[in-house]
Design a protein around this ligand. Structure first.
Ligand code: ZN
Ligand code: ZN
Length: 143
């Protein structure tokens, strides 16, 4: 799953340039789905040692704001990033280790969960976090 947004188009639409840090961060996020900031910094700097930590932070923030990547912050865990955007998928989070996996939309098109009351809002997305224990932690806890 390395298909990402068209970075050039997204940045051009925002009147911004494609820079090395921006490109490097997007590809690091695409290559490491649900990675936290430290993992992304490491991945970027492995290929581009000249890119600073600050440039990675700034690019993460910018790309998130532009919708090129998505930020997931499960309560009690570090923020994670992914380049799989715009498909209204959900996540399952391990309570124990914070491991995250994708859960495709439950039923039909977004929002796949019809709210019991929409309060007059026009709703276009449902963001669901399923919590549980991942297979590794289940094995570890059973051992
Ligand atoms: Zn786990
Ligand atoms: Zn995901």
């Amino acid at each position: 799953m390395t298909e990402t947004v068209d970075l050039e188009r997204v940045l051009r639409d925002a009147s911004l340039r494609v820079t090395r840090p921006r490109r490097a961060v997007l590809s690091a996020v695409a290559g490491n789905p649900h990675a936290d900031t430290d993992t992304i910094i490491e991945a970027v700097r492995q290929e581009h040692p000249a890119v600073s930590h600050q440039a990675v932070y700034d690019s993460l923030r910018l790309l998130t704001r532009l919708g090129a990547i998505r930020r997931i912050q499960p309560h009690g865990h570090n923020a994670r990033y992914e380049a799989r955007v715009g498909d209204n998928h959900h996540h399952v989070v391990c309570r124990s280790c914070g491991n995250i996996a994708d859960v495709d939309c439950a039923v039909g098109e977004a929002p796949c969960l019809a709210p019991s009351h929409h309060h007059g809002f026009e709703i276009d997305e449902a963001e669901v976090l399923y919590w549980g224990v991942c297979p590794d932690c289940k094995d570890r806890l059973a051992a």
